[in-house]
Ligand binder design. Structure first.
Ligand SMILES: [Zn+2]
Length: 313
């Protein structure tokens, strides 16, 4: 579940329309460039590959038209590159979310971390409440059990959420989405740690500053019971999304908060990305020790000593 937090869905109608329209557009371009008497024009690839053959602004327009066609008239659709955003919020409120949360967070992520942008537009569905999320999820994706807050799907190239719960989920999912192209081999614990760090966040033009949030309570309770695992156990756990996922999210988030406040989270991201796929899970702690300027053997101790400052009394 590479970056799917909670839900699953299945896109039927949009894919059908998408193939029809994009196949037509691409066929025209192929015909224009073809030699006078081609024996056979190869079939264009489908889905995102096909969309990526268009220039980005054209792809934005295609996606916006497709989303508008699939949704009730009460929805507003906005192209806000590299996103196409659909919502049943009042248009003024939707524009405020785009201008004050989505695009500033996107810019800050780009300045801070991201070096490779999405190659096709990302669909963003911001439902105004649980009812529209539930009803539209059933209609659009045959999903009878949509998540309470939101999720993103790399295979569907989309983010879906109940925006009435606030912007935290939006920035969490946005962080996942921006890593799809930039850091596809990101390990689960760091993928969720960095993304959940941004659930409670101050957005600056050049950075995102994660703040303590409710996941601290989960961590505090585990510590009270004497059951907090080591960082080595966290980063090498092959079942991050298993039965201890709530604790794992909290542990990973607060480790990222530690790296942000006490060390150098940006450099850690760069070191992790540079070595992705070539190292064992626990070498992440070597890199963490490097950006914290401590011997690896002291990293756990430094983290444990810093936690009270992050968790509060
Ligand atoms: Zn997540």
């Amino acid at each position: 579940m590479e970056h799917e937090d909670f839900g699953r869905g299945f896109l039927i109608l949009p894919v059908f329309h998408c193939c029809l329209i994009i196949t037509f557009l691409v066929s025209v371009r192929v015909a224009e460039a073809a030699p006078p008497a081609p024996a056979q024009v190869p079939s264009p690839p489908r889905g995102r590959q096909t969309l990526a053959m268009l220039d980005f602004s054209t792809a934005l327009g295609v996606e916006a038209a497709l989303m508008r066609a699939q949704l009730p008239a009460t929805f507003t659709v906005r192209a806000a590159s590299p996103f196409v955003v659909a919502s049943d919020l009042p248009p003024v409120e939707l524009d405020r979310v785009i201008a004050q949360t989505l695009l500033p967070a996107h810019q800050a992520l780009n300045v801070r971390y991201i070096r490779r942008a999405p190659v096709v537009p990302v669909r963003v569905y911001l439902f105004a409440g649980q009812t529209s999320l539930a009803v539209l999820s059933r209609i659009l994706w045959k999903d009878d059990t949509p998540p309470v807050y939101g999720y993103s799907r790399k295979d569907r190239n989309m983010m879906v959420m109940d925006i009435s719960t606030g912007g935290g989920t939006l920035v969490h999912e946005l962080t996942h989405v921006m890593m799809w192209a930039d850091f596809p081999a990101v390990p689960n614990w760091f993928n969720e740690g960095l993304s959940s760090l941004h659930e409670a966040v101050k957005i600056f033009p050049d950075r995102l500053q994660g703040l303590p949030n409710w996941r601290g309570g989960v961590l505090r309770e585990v510590i009270r019971k004497g059951r907090l695992r080591t960082l080595s156990e966290l980063v090498s756990d092959p079942d991050f999304y298993g039965k201890n996922s709530d604790v794992n999210y909290a542990h990973a988030r607060y480790f990222c908060l530690f790296l942000q406040d006490r060390c150098d989270l940006k450099r850690f991201y760069e070191l992790m990305k540079a070595a992705s796929g070539t190292a064992s899970p626990t070498t992440a702690l070597v890199r963490a020790a490097t950006v914290c300027s401590v011997p690896e053997a002291r990293l756990e101790m430094e983290f444990q000593a810093y936690l009270p400052k992050l968790l509060g009394p």
